[in-house]
Ligand binder design. Structure first.
Ligand code: FE2
Ligand code: FE2
Length: 165
């Protein structure tokens, strides 16, 4: 079985985009939307984790010329993380739930497009077939122990703790 890292990441992207389309279909009840968002949060948490922990650091190390793309992507992940964390604490009936989900979808769609169109092709060019296979195998391993629910970024947690204590 192929474990090509880019093939695996693109298949994750496809799965999450299918859930985005599901959310955007008219006539969904809040309960249905809540379930779809739960699925989106889980997919994004796992996907972001394997990119942050395996793909991005390895690309940074092996292809220093892609440093700026990787750094920008970390920042885009961070924005998505914050939105995911906030959504995880909301009810589908909350006034801002749909709006926040829409902003998450817009941000992540933009990010996925940049990965797939801008810099994954450069990664494929820069790393050989064998390296991409190894990277993918490592990502599949990391997936097994990846977190499945958004966690509070530590800086955000500190700020919240400071306010409530
Ligand atoms: Fe990403
Ligand atoms: Fe991705």
């Amino acid at each position: 079985m192929s474990t090509d890292a880019i093939v695996l990441l693109k298949s994750d992207h496809k799965e999450v985009k299918a859930q985005f389309r599901e959310f955007q279909k008219p006539g969904k009840t809040p309960a249905q939307k809540g379930k779809i968002v739960d699925t989106i949060l889980e997919l994004l948490t796992v996907h972001t984790y394997i990119e942050n922990e395996v793909m991005y650091p390895r690309v940074r190390e092996l292809l220093p010329e892609l440093e700026d793309d990787v750094l920008e992507s970390y920042e885009e992940h961070h924005v998505a993380d914050v939105l995911c964390m906030e959504l995880a604490g909301m009810q589908p009936s909350d006034e801002r739930f749909d709006a926040k989900t829409t902003v998450l979808i817009e941000n992540v769609t933009h990010h996925i497009d940049e990965e797939e169109q801008d810099w994954f092709p450069k990664v494929r060019e820069g790393l050989g077939r064998k390296q991409l296979q190894d990277l993918g195998a490592e990502m599949l391993e990391a997936k097994k122990t990846a977190p499945r629910r958004p966690e509070q970024p530590s800086a955000m947690k500190k700020a919240i703790d400071a306010v409530v204590s």
